[in-house]
Write a new protein. Sequence first.
Length: 300
Amino acid sequence: MLAQNHAAGFEAWVEGLDDQKRLNEYQIEHHPATEDKSSYTECFLETIDEPFKIMVNKPVKHNRNTEFRSTTKVDGHVLESFVWLKGYLTLWWDEVLEQEGGKTYTSKLKFAPTLTTDDPNQVTIDKAALSTLGTIEIILEKGKFAPSRMGNAQTTKIQAGVAHEESKKFSYSVTTTDRKPYEPQESMHYSFKAEHVGKIFHRFIFKVLVHMRIIDEPESSPTPPPPPRKRKRYSEVIEIDTDEEAVDIKGEEDVKPNLTAKRMKYLEEQIKLLSGQLKQKSKDKDADNGIVDLTKDDEE
């Protein structure tokens, strides 16, 4: 995500370590500086099941003669502070140095579900820590650096805590993976003098809380077409008094004849016609058999 105002041109993002594909960012918001707060840019961040790295880039105009101390925090804990000297456009954090049992290891960064429990005695994440759980923060401070001494690289410890299951049950936090032994090497350490003591230039905050359902990204799916309306027969419609469609059809009875009455009249006429034809056939048959109809008057 890109910063705005005085920090315009600065950009921070998180990408997959192997495929270098940027993770999706949602609901980016820009907050200007106030009397007691520095400016910051924040968003919700997609999580993946692979190692990732944190990136920050500065514009060319700040690369010529401006230096920054860049500190990264995960879940509220300092991951590492980098010397961002002039002439270097991009910084990144793709691993951490951990020390355990007198040995040093290098580990990759990875998202993982926060451990939860319903036993209060096993909870290690207090309410204060919950406010920063599931966040990645990059803090930029403007100033000057001076060489100080040679020494080993800074080590840190990312240890997964345990939260109460009613607090942030489905949250994701940052952990480590792919630990490998590392042989410490000395490097130059620098002393930092801030341009304005206690004043932060800008902050980037990623909230890795998408899997908590804090927001639900809508899926682009076509709206299903409405079911086709079944046409009612006229005989069905006139039996429904409360249906608007029935009312409309009933209103046309003054113009169109009653189909039911017309059918009944037609059937009656057909019955009379068939009855007459049957009688005539019966008379013709009797005449052929020599039977005289006594009900008829003689033609004399």
